[in-house]
Design a protein around this ligand. Sequence first.
Ligand SMILES: *[C@@H]1O[C@H](CO)[C@@H](O)[C@H](O)[C@H]1NC(C)=O
Length: 224
Amino acid sequence: MFRHVYVLSLLVLLAINTVSAVDYAVTNRASETAGGARFTGDIGIDYSKQTLASATDFIWRTFQQTNAADRKDVQTVNLFIDVMDGVAYAIKNEIHVSNNYLGNYSGDVRSEITGVLYHEMTHIWQWNGNGQAPSGLTEGIADFVRLKANYAPSHWVQAGQGDRWDQGYDVTAKFLDYCNDLRNGFVAELNMKMRTGYSAQYFVDLLGKTVDQLWNDYKAKYGQ
Ligand SMILES: *[C@@H]1O[C@H](CO)[C@@H](O)[C@H](O)[C@H]1NC(C)=O
């Protein structure tokens, strides 16, 4: 009897895992180029897949999405190393990374690409207010995740720097980090609200102040 229950629970667990697991595929379409060869030599497909999986876990935890119903419905994430300029971008369930960026990067390219993958993977999972959220905010949230995962590069702005709260990237990430310190889980709650739409009122709802007031407080805190 005990054994039957045990086997049954194991089967149920297995079934749940099969349903909720995400598949990752990595394709190097630039292997003939210097950057593509560097990807193979210094990063590799196995490490990339592991990083995509750990990024997903980290993002779900950061967004406090404990149930599948809280998350975007994505079954497969495809990573491509492509012949292109720029750094990387995410579209639908795909991440594209530039071979030229990898080839020209001076420094620890594996650690850099790990940070880039955390950022791009956040775009796969985050809500964007049904397309209404400012892109500076969605880019800021992607860099906030990268910051919290400890993959922020040293050239990022210091806390308090920047011209506008929705400037995007590192500027907005550091501001969101300040907001998140005011209310633990703020970014997770903001992302949840952005499932169906976007309003600047969300800052007031969660923190009791307008986003402009928060930005002023933030600048004042760091003497800017
Ligand atoms: C660096 O980037 C340029 C173009 O952006 C490219 O032509 C060149 O091949 C790249 N160098 C390496 C080593 O990848």
